[in-house]
Structure formats: C-alpha cells, structure tokens
Design a protein around this ligand. Structure first.
Ligand code: APR
Ligand code: PHB
Length: 389
C-alpha cells in the first residue's frame, strides 16, 4: 500500500491528525494495534481546553460535543475543609468544555468512517523503516500476513508504550522524567455529580478530585500509595475515603453508587526531545506524558496535531518545509508549559509525606495565596483553560 502520511495509533492524536489531513486533501492511513471496541472502552480524560474545542469544531467534530458537552466557567479548589472558586471565564476570558475523551474518540472514528478513511485495526508487530532515508515505510502483520505501507512521512501517534519513540536511535533522543510517589484511584459511577463544577481537594489524607461526564455519570479520583491494589478498595472504602477528603458540604450531599469502572493509574511527567527524527514525527502521548491533575494530556495531543497538520499542509500545498523543520521546537514550547503547569498542580495539591511539615505549610500557603490573590488565580486560569496555540 502507498499513502502520503502513515499514522501509527488510532487514539485521539492519530484520528484527529487523519481528519485534519483529510480536510487538507492529504492522504493518510491509520495503523492501530487494537480493535475499535478496545480503544473506545478506555476511560480517560474529561476536560477540553477552549482551543481544543475550537479546533474540533473547525474540523467538523463539534456537533455532539456542543450538544452533549458542558461548558464550565469555573473550578473549585478545596483545602482544610474550605473551598473557593476560580472563575476561569473572568480570570482568563474563556471557559473549558467537560466532554469525555471516549466521546471525542467516538466522534473521531465517526468522522473517519464518514470520510471513508482507512483505519487498520489489529495490526501486529508494527515496525518503522528508513525514517532517515528516501523510502520511509511501515511494516506490520494482519491476521498473520505481512503488510507494508510506503509513505512520505510517519506520524507516531501510538502513545507512551508505542513503537514510534522507540524507533528513534537512542543517541538521537533526550528524555526528561519525574515519577510521582503515588497514583490515582479512579471510579466512574452512574450517579449525579456532587456539584456543577469540578472540585480539586487538597487534604492531609491525600488529594481528591470530583469530576463528571454528564448529569448522570460522575468521575471521582483519590490519591493512593504507589503500592495500592484495586482489591484493597471495595466501593465502600473508596466512598468513605473520598468523603473524608472533600469539603463537608460536598461529602454530605454526594450520591454514591456502584463503580462501573475502577482503575489505578501511576502519575508521571515525561518529555522526549526532539519530537521529530527524519520523516518521523512524535505526537501526543508518544512524545510526552503529564500527570492528569492539570487535565492537559488530551489537550497537548490536540496542539501537537494542530502544529503537525499546519506543517504538512504547507509542505504538500506549497512545497514549503519550514513548518516541518520547526514542528518539534514549536510543539515542545507548548508541551513544556503544560508540563510545568501539570507538575505545579500536582505538587501543590497532593500529599507528599516526605516533604515533612515544612512542605505541608508551603502547600497550604500556596493555596491560601490562590484563594486571595487575583494574580495567582489568573495565572492558574490561563494555564487551565489553555495557553494560545
Ligand atoms: N502499533 C499500533 N498501534 C499502537 C501501538 C503499536 N505498536 N502501540 C500503541 N498503539 C495504539 C494504542 O492502542 C492507542 O490506541 O496507539 C494509540 C495511542 O493512543 P493514546 O495512548 O490515547 O495516545 P494519544 O492518541 O496521543 O492521546 C493522548 O490519551 O492516554 C490518553 O492521557 C492521554 O488524554 C491523553 C490522550
Ligand atoms: C476527569 O474528568 O477524568 C478529569 C478531570 C480533570 C482532571 C483530571 C481528570 O484534572
């Protein structure tokens, strides 16, 4: 098979890139390891920056999001049983959209189908070849039969555990990493959200987050030790611990129910530089991972895709390669700002026993400053709603 851009990975990065390339008349093929059902079964993020909302709308993907998504003008931070609201609209001039990544991915697959796009599912042993040569190509097997796709460019949209980043010679890549000493235990329950907006709670017992997918589907998280195991967290234990960590009024009104999904994720910050090697571009989680505290993972995938689409469109339309040359530096500038913000939200809101009582007071003082300073609230709001692309 031959195509212009071979996209490895059928998650949000790969599917959005395929859609934007299609709208620019550029051919692509998406090669995905898993089946569509598997990809759509993943429960991931829930908050879209306004820039992501605008780009999804511009790509013809806004209809269901605008119907079923929820525009949130603020978030709540809580500490020591007191909570206060950060008015995102007032401080940063824009809101955010609460709309699950699963729904975004579902809309992206529908767009591929509508455009007659090619998404190859069940691709095994994907390998990238001649990335710095004249004939870049991708091989894989499908139902045990070897396949090959010749292309001009390869987009590594295959996530943190993918093959693309590992295809860059080790000497050509620099990685930066911070692994946090705890994880998040997340629960999805068919219960009404505890409030109209998200609550990020700092507590001596650990961080907690109250989020949602819609008026009948709530998403909650609590910080747990790295060694935590799901079997040690029956639903009742989860709800009890969550109620201990969120403000009393929220704890008294929360409606609990059976967890329809329960999982533990580790938290890390990770960036690989550069995000390009020869004809290969790294996009989204393939290039960087942020702790979910700042709700940046999906939104960074959108900005990487935005920059790469612009670069490839200029190349195929005008033969202009400037965007391709500057893709990595441009994408990384925004990646590092979101990485810093996600690191800051994580270090400010979580419990770090090893930081001792001094560290605890610093966190309390940071939150006190956030409650009382318009400047501090504006800095948080600008990053939370999303910095300009
Ligand atoms: N070959 C083919 N496909 C692969 C391979 C491989 N070797 N390895 C991984 N994949 C697929 C995965 O099955 C997945 O569907 O690549 C896709 C990568 O998707 P994501 O991991 O969702 O990454 P991305 O599309 O960049 O989206 C980032 O997803 O993980 C969340 O928090 C993250 O919200 C962020 C978003
Ligand atoms: C979610 O709804 O899953 C969610 C929301 C905000 C975050 C992280 C996760 O910061």
């Amino acid at each position: 098979m031959r195509t212009q851009v071979c996209i490895i990975g059928g998650g949000p990065s790969g599917l959005l890139l395929a859609q934007l390339l299609h709208l620019s008349g550029i051919e692509s093929v998406v090669v995905e390891r898993h089946g569509r059902t598997h990809v759509l079964a993943r429960i991931r993020a829930g908050v879209l920056e306004w820039g992501s909302v605008e780009r999804l709308r511009a790509a013809g993907l806004g209809a269901r999001m605008d119907r079923e998504g929820f525009v949130h003008g603020g978030i709540h931070l809580a500490a020591q049983n007191r909570s206060f609201r950060i008015d995102l609209q007032a401080r940063a001039g824009r809101p955010v959209m609460v709309y699950g990544q699963t729904e975004v991915t579902r809309d992206l697959y529908a767009a591929r189908d509508a455009a007659g796009g090619t998404v190859i599912h069940g691709a095994e042993g994907v390998a990238l070849h001649d990335l710095d040569g004249a004939r870049p190509h991708v091989t894989y097997s499908l139902d045990g039969v070897g396949q090959r796709i010749d292309c001009d460019f390869v987009a590594g949209c295959d996530g943190f555990h993918g093959v693309a980043r590992r295809s860059v010679p080790a000497g050509a890549l620099r990685t930066f990493e911070r692994v946090y000493p705890f994880g998040w235990l997340g629960v999805l329950s068919e219960t009404p959200p505890v409030g109209d907006e998200l609550i990020y709670a700092h507590h001596d017992r650990g961080f907690a987050l109250c989020s949602m997918r819609n008026r009948r589907l709530s998403r909650y998280y609590i910080q747990v030790p790295l060694e935590a195991r799901l079997e040690a967290w029956p639903d009742s234990a989860f709800w009890d611990e969550l109620r201990r960590r969120i403000p009393t009024d929220a704890a008294e009104r929360i409606e609990t129910g059976p967890a329809i999904e329960k999982s533990i994720v580790a938290l890390r910050s990770f960036v690989a530089e550069p995000m390009r090697w020869g004809r290969l571009f790294l996009v989204g989680d393939a290039a960087h991972i942020v702790p979910p505290t700042g709700a940046k993972g999906l939104n960074l995938a959108v900005s990487d895709v935005h920059y790469l689409h612009q670069a490839l469109a200029a190349f195929y339309r005008d033969g202009e390669a400037g965007g391709i040359e500057t893709y990595s530096a441009t994408a990384l500038r925004r990646v590092w700002k979101a990485t810093r913000f996600s690191w800051w939200m994580t270090t400010t809101l979580h419990r770090f026993p090893e930081a001792g009582n001094f560290g605890q007071r610093i966190q309390e003082s940071e939150l006190d400053d956030l409650e009382t300073s318009a400047t501090a609230q504006t800095a948080l709001a600008e990053n939370y709603v999303g910095l300009p692309f």
